[in-house]
Design a binder for this molecule. Structure first.
Ligand code: PHE
Length: 339
């Protein structure tokens, strides 16, 4: 029995040594395993010896070992409580856990192009203007010289709210808001989300990004628009992309134009992305219609300027060679981690 007392004392000493060093739950768990582990813990070993002893020694042996076990359990429970109550935050770090790889976050391709574009236009003296996504018909249509029988107002194209307001179909509404609040000269871009009742496919989304640009002064002419857009395209795509201007109609500009670029997917020979035309419509634009300038309280005889509205998602597609716009919104890490 003396031998038992020696062993018990030795176990106790080792146990208290380890317990004193313990700083975390995980370490505590390890101490518990070291001493009370069912397979090879010293307490279990002592209990196992019971069967080898002469019957008269067994009760005393069993009692002593059980007392030891209870003491260890009590001490462990107390220590666990102390760990919970402590306000030292580092005690909660379990540095015994395996580390696992956490990928570093990065910008979404849309944000990357947006940042570039904002920087580019800022270098040309443009500021960023913002407007609400829920608009009145006035800002989204009327003030932009879009008559009430214009097809864009069709319920199949525009999301109308029960309040009579609309989800803006383009960022041109910000053109109006800015022109009404400010006195020219002004240069603004307004990036933002727009909404249309579209059948979603590889090149159309119901929620998409546009960036309106507006420059108003006394002597702005079409060549200013062309020059700035050429520079913008050069900035985003480098020199390699062929572009062309084509007449187009938008009620709020006169003359209206479309800037097309040669299809990067087929090099201009025709494919499904460019609908076999070899060209992709990139930036609708034009000289702001005198009616719009007048609607915003300025004299069109004095002020004129240009506006453009780039479809942002399309620019992202072309810049990174993505042939399906929906990929930009799926959050698929296989796609996104390539940027
Ligand atoms: N707001 C137009 C659209 O969404 C684009 C545009 C903007 C056209 C500015 C000309 C000038 O279709």
């Amino acid at each position: 029995m003396n031998e038992l007392n020696d062993q018990i004392n030795q176990i106790k000493n080792q146990f208290f040594d380890q317990l004193q060093e313990t700083r975390t739950e995980a370490e505590l768990f390890q101490v518990e395993k070291n001493f009370l582990g069912k397979k090879s813990g010293p307490v279990t070993q002592l209990l196992k010896k019971l069967s080898e002893l002469p019957p008269e020694e067994r009760p005393k042996w069993g009692q002593s070992v059980n007392e030891l076990k209870k003491l260890l359990e009590l001490e462990l429970a107390q220590k666990r409580q102390n760990l919970v109550n402590t306000d030292e935050p580092q005690l909660w770090w379990d540095y015994t856990l395996d580390k696992f790889a956490v990928g570093r976050g990065h910008w979404h391709p849309i944000s990357l192009v947006l940042k570039d574009m904002v920087n580019f236009f800022a270098s040309m003296g443009f500021e960023v203007a913002q407007g609400p996504e829920v608009e009145t018909e006035f800002y989204n249509f009327d003030a932009l010289n879009i008559p009430s029988n214009h097809p864009a107002r069709d319920v199949w194209d525009t999301f109308y709210l029960k309040t009579g307001e609309v989800l803006r179909t383009h960022t041109s509404s910000v053109q109006i808001r800015t022109l009404m609040q400010r006195t020219p000269p002004l240069r603004v871009i307004s990036p933002g989300r727009c909404f249309r009742y579209e059948e979603v496919d590889a090149t159309h989304l119901a929620v998409f990004n546009q960036m309106e640009g507006l420059m108003i002064d006394k002597n702005i002419c079409l060549s200013d628009l062309k020059g700035i857009l050429h520079k913008a395209i050069e900035f985003i795509f480098g020199n390699s992309l062929k572009t062309r201007f084509r007449p187009a109609f938008y009620p709020f500009v006169e003359p209206g134009l479309d800037l097309d670029c040669q299809c990067i997917f087929c090099g201009g020979s025709g494919c499904s992305v460019c609908k076999q035309t070899g060209w992709i419509e990139l930036i609708p634009c034009g000289m702001v219609h005198p009616n719009v300038i007048r609607n915003c309280g300025h004299d069109p005889e004095v002020y004129r300027g240009f506006a453009f509205g780039m479809g942002f998602d399309r620019i992202v597609m072309l810049r990174y060679g993505i042939n399906d716009m929906r990929l930009l919104y799926k959050g698929d890490l296989n796609v996104l981690s390539q940027f």
